[in-house]
Design a protein around this ligand. Structure first.
Ligand code: ATP
Length: 365
């Protein structure tokens, strides 16, 4: 397997910039998810790495070698679109071995490789079965086997679970991650689904209009979002924003919100008087009668183990994830308490996080 490095990669279609000066590294054996909404440039980035699209500028390195202008066939990459397409008239063994046969590999070697691959995927007991009679999960494993049997330098996957129903999708997310844990294949995986990215990836690149807004581990991206866009895109419900105007100063440890002092992580920048937003995840809010920060219950959603309660405050509607053992009346006044160590602040003009002790240990790149 091999690492992938892209440097200032850019793709223009006429005057439209689909990918804007992207740079990142996927280390050998890492699983990277390119995550973002439709049209943000995920597939275009992947196609450039695969060699199916030529960049307008920038460089692509595979295993340290500059492959920017190499043909796709010379890159030793497996591109997996959807995991369903199998040859229905062939049995499992022939389906998995087909890519090696087309390469002209000797039959004995193909046999050995196919059997090794089948053992890895735990489908060695069905090698002689016809694929047409297989259950969905086994079909997916056969398709995966066909992709990994070549032992390519890396895998590129473009929404491979896109056509599956929700239940089966969840099973495959688990299987793909398990497989990754066993073979440690360098993988770039395109998805618009935050749950897939969070569950499978070692690193996530969150994209927006051709720009990588943040590159980091799922934990970093969730706990320390670099921008309001990332904070809003990740999490369900997403991070709450409470807007206020302030000239924060380096060293400040509290803000004035709805006339109440709220403790926040230490600020590391002088800010001109500007519109800011306090970012708070729903699970970092609790209701407390003692709190002077108050709001009125707007609605609630019962989720079994907990509930999401919407509260109207002076600074906007916020959602709190709280224990399910208490019921709330619409309009009921509640006090709100935040976990101060987990709060983020954003500059509403740039959308970027205000530097604070919350972000001290974050490393991007
Ligand atoms: P999706 O999941 O919908 O494919 P995506 O994030 O993968 O979204 P891309 O397919 O990379 O997005 O497309 C990014 C933008 O570039 C889109 O606005 C798309 O219309 C545009 N685009 C992609 N390919 C071309 C092309 N060959 N010519 C012109 N515009 C293109």
């Amino acid at each position: 397997m091999a690492g992938i490095r892209i440097e200032n990669l850019r793709k223009e279609f006429g005057s439209f910039v689909a990918v804007e000066d992207s740079s990142f590294t996927v280390h050998d054996g890492e699983f990277l998810a390119l995550l973002g909404p439709s049209g943000c440039g995920k597939t275009t980035t992947l196609r450039m790495i695969a060699g199916l699209e030529l960049p307008s500028s920038g460089k692509i390195y595979l295993d340290g070698e500059d492959v920017t202008f190499n043909r796709a066939s010379a890159r030793d990459i497996a591109f997996v679109f959807q995991l369903f397409a199998l040859y229905p008239h062939m049995n499992v063994r022939k389906n998995i071995g087909f890519p090696l046969l087309s390469q002209g590999m000797p039959k004995a070697e193909i046999r050995q490789r196919v059997e090794e691959t089948a053992r890895l995927l735990q489908i060695d007991h069905i090698l002689n079965r016809s694929v047409s009679g297989l259950a969905g999960g086994d079909r997916q494993r056969v398709a995966l086997g066909r992709a990994i049997v070549r032992r390519p330098k890396c895998f590129l996957m473009d929404e491979p679970l896109g056509t599956l129903d929700a239940e089966f999708r969840e099973i495959m997310v688990h299987e793909l991650r398990e497989l990754h844990n066993r073979i440690h294949a360098t993988t770039v995986y395109v998805t618009h689904d935050q749950h897939e990215a969070m569950a499978m990836a070692d690193k996530i690149a969150v994209m927006n209009h051709g720009v990588i807004e943040q590159f980091g581990t799922p934990q970093e991206i969730y706990a320390k979002p670099a921008t309001m866009y990332v904070a809003d895109f990740i999490g369900s419900p997403p991070m709450n924003f409470m807007r206020f105007t302030s000239g924060l100063k380096n060293g400040d440890r509290s803000i004035l919100l709805d006339g109440v002092d709220v403790a926040v992580p230490e600020i590391h920048k002088d800010m001109a008087e500007s519109e800011l937003a306090l970012g708070v995840r729903p699970e970092h809010i609790r209701f407390s009668d003692a709190s002077a920060l108050r709001g009125a219950v707007y609605g609630s959603e019962y989720l079994g183990t907990n509930q999401v309660v919407a509260v109207e405050t002076q600074s906007g509607l916020i959602k709190a994830r709280v224990p399910a053992n208490r019921s709330f009346q619409i309009g009921e006044r509640v006090g709100l308490e935040f976990n101060p160590a987990k709060l983020a602040l954003f500059d509403c003009t740039s959308g970027r996080a205000v530097p604070s002790s919350l972000y001290q240990e974050t490393r991007h790149g």
